[in-house]
Design a protein around this ligand. Structure first.
Ligand code: IMP
Length: 458
C-alpha cells in the first residue's frame, strides 16, 4: 500500500469512509474496493461499522453476483475479511438472519468472510418498527419520511437507558427480558390508540404484523439460535488488532447530511454519521484522529436523497434521465430517489464539520455530452443577499440557489478508463474543481458498478 496509508503519527493501514452528502453515494462499492486492495497484501483485514442499521442499503456486484446488504458490511463477500457490526449499531435480528442466509446462498452455503455481531450492539425489534409506524402517522416531524426500520425508537431506548443488546438474545433469562420489553411497548402503543399485535411493519423480505407476545417471542427464538455463533465480545479483539498492523476499514453508514446535528433537520436519521462515532462504538479504542486516511464519498455530477431533504438545489431538470441511468431507487425501500444539483454550500459545510482529507467521487459515468453540468455554487436569501448553509430545513426553504455550468463529458467513455489520465479533459478539470473547492485530495473514483470500473490516484 502506498504512503497515504502510512502518514506520520497515524495508525498505518487504516481508512474511514463516510457519506459526504445524503447517503447512497456508493460507499459499499468503495469499501468493497478497499477490502479487496488490502487483502492483496495482508491475510486479514477488519471491516468495522459503527452506526445505523437496516435503514442502510448498498448493492455490491462481484463478477456475476449482485447482492443488497443492509446491516452487514460489504467485505462479507471476501475471504480474509472480518466484518464487525459494532456496538453503536441498531440490529434487527430477523433481518440479519435473512441477510446472512442470502449471503450464504450466493456463496455455496458458507460465509466467505468472518462475521461478528458485537454483543453490545443495540437491538432494533418489531416493537420499534411498530412505534415508528405510529409516529410516522401521528407526527409532522422527521419521522414521516423514516425508512420504517425502527431506527429512531431503537436509539431512543439507549437514551432512555433501557436498550436490549445483542448479548441479551443469548442470556438464559432472555424470555423475561423480551417479555418485559414487549409489554412496555404494548402499553406505550396502546396509549397512542393502537394494538401492538396488529401494527403492520416492514421486514427485509416483506411485511408482517408484530403479532401477539408468543408470536414475537417465537420469532426471536428462531433468530437467537441462528445468531448465537456470531454474537461475541469484540473489545479485546479490536484492542489487539488495532495495536498491531491488521488493516482496518471503517465504514460509516448513511451520511453526514443525514446526521441529526448537521443534516437537514428534522429530516435526518438519528445515529452519529461522523467519524467521531467510531470512538464511542469501539469504547475508546479507535480515536478517529489516528486513522491514516479519512475519505468522503460523493456522487460526482449530482446528489440524491430519499425522504424530503429540501436543500435549495433540489429538483434536477435531468431527474428522470439520471434516475434511469444510475438506477436511483432506494436499496432499502425501493423509493425513487430525489435528484438534486450538486450543492457546494451544503457539501462545503459537510466537509468542514466532517473533517475528511480525501474525496472518492462516484458515478463519473453520469455525464451527458449534450447537457452541461449544473452546480449550485451559493445561496441567496429573499433579499438577494448571499446566505450560508445551516442545518435547518425551515431556513433552507427560504433560500434560492445560484447556479454555474461546467463543461460535461461523455460518461460512457469513462467506463473504460483505468487511470486518471484516461479520463476526458473536461472530467479532469471538473474533478480538480471539486477537489480544490472541498479542499480534499482525490483518492479513488468509480465509473460503474463493477470492481474494475475504478480509478485510483495512489
Ligand atoms: P431513518 O434512518 O429510517 O430514521 O430515516 C430518516 C431519514 O434518513 C429518511 O429521510 C430516510 O430516507 C433517510 N435515510 C436513512 N438511511 C438512509 C440511507 O442509507 N440512505 C439514504 N437515506 C437514508
Amino acid at each position: 500500500m502506498k504512503n497515504i496509508f502510512n502518514p506520520p503519527g497515524k495508525r498505518p493501514n487504516s481508512i474511514a469512509l463516510m457519506g459526504g452528502a445524503f447517503g447512497d453515494e456508493g460507499k459499499g462499492r468503495v469499501v468493497d474496493e478497499f477490502v479487496h486492495l488490502f487483502l492483496q497484501s495482508h491475510k486479514q483485514v477488519i471491516q468495522y461499522r459503527d452506526n445505523g442499521g437496516s435503514n442502510a442499503g448498498h448493492t455490491v456486484e462481484v463478477g456475476t453476483t449482485r447482492i443488497s446488504l443492509h446491516q452487514i458490511g460489504s467485505g462479507i463477500l471476501q475471504k480474509g475479511c472480518i466484518v464487525i457490526s459494532g456496538k453503536d449499531m441498531v440490529i434487527h435480528p430477523q433481518d440479519l438472519v435473512s441477510e446472512l442466509m442470502a449471503v450464504k446462498k450466493i456463496s455455496g452455503g458458507q460465509l466467505p468472510a468472518t462475521y461478528i455481531l458485537d454483543e453490545m450492539a443495540v437491538l432494533c425489534l418489531d416493537t420499534h418498527r411498530a412505534m415508528e409506524n405510529l409516529l410516522k402517522a401521528k407526527t409532522t416531524g422527521g419521522a414521516r419520511t423514516a425508512t420504517g426500520r425502527g431506527i429512531s425508537p431503537a436509539y431512543a431506548d439507549v437514551i432512555n437507558r433501557f436498550p436490549l443488546r445483542a448479548r441479551d438474545l443469548i442470556k438464559s433469562n432472555w424470555h423475561d427480558l423480551f417479555t418485559a420489553h414487549y409489554q412496555l411497548n404494548r402499553d406505550l402503543i396502546k396509549g397512542l390508540g393502537a394494538s401492538i399485535a396488529q401494527v403492520e411493519i416492514p421486514t427485509l423480505d416483506s411485511t408482517q404484523t408484530v403479532g401477539t407476545l408468543s408470536m414475537f417471542l417465537s420469532r426471536l427464538e428462531k433468530c437467537r439460535r441462528y445468531l448465537h455463533p456470531y454474537i461475541k465480545p469484540v473489545f479485546n479483539l479490536l484492542n489487539q488488532a488495532w495495536s498491531k498492523s491488521t488493516p482496518f476499514i471503517f465504514e460509516k453508514a448513511q451520511a453526514l447530511g443525514l446526521d441529526y446535528r448537521f443534516g437537514t433537520y428534522p429530516d435526518v436519521t438519528v445515529s452519529d454519521c461522523s467519524y467521531q462515532g467510531i470512538l464511542s462504538s469501539t469504547e475508546g479504542i479507535v480515536d478517529p484522529h489516528d486513522i491514516a486516511a479519512k475519505a468522503a464519498v460523493i456522487k460526482t455530477t449530482y446528489m440524491s436523497s430519499v425522504g424530503s431533504h429540501l436543500v435549495p438545489s433540489k429538483n434536477h431538470h435531468l431527474t428522470d434521465r439520471i434516475r434511469d441511468d444510475a438506477h436511483e431507487y432506494g436499496a432499502t425501500t425501493g423509493r425513487p430517489r430525489n435528484i438534486h444539483y450538486l450543492d457546494i454550500p451544503f457539501l462545503s459545510f459537510i466537509r468542514r464539520v466532517g473533517g475528511y482529507q480525501y474525496l472518492c467521487p462516484t458515478h463519473l459515468d453520469i455525464s451527458y455530452p449534450d447537457e452541461p453540468i449544473t452546480v449550485c455554487m451559493s445561496y441567496v436569501d429573499s433579499e438577494g443577499r448571499k446566505a450560508p448553509y445551516r442545518p435547518d430545513q425551515d431556513y433552507l426553504l427560504t433560500l434560492k440557489p445560484v447556479f454555474k455550468t461546467f463543461e460535461s463529458w461523455d460518461g460512457v467513455l469513462t467506463r473504460k478508463a483505468k487511470k486518471p489520465d484516461d479520463l476526458p479533459p473536461a472530467c479532469h478539470r471538473y474533478l480538480t474543481f471539486l477537489s480544490k473547492t472541498l479542499d480534499a485530495k482525490l483518492l479513488l473514483a468509480t465509473t460503474g458498478p463493477k470492481r474494475h470500473q475504478t480509478i485510483k490516484w495512489f
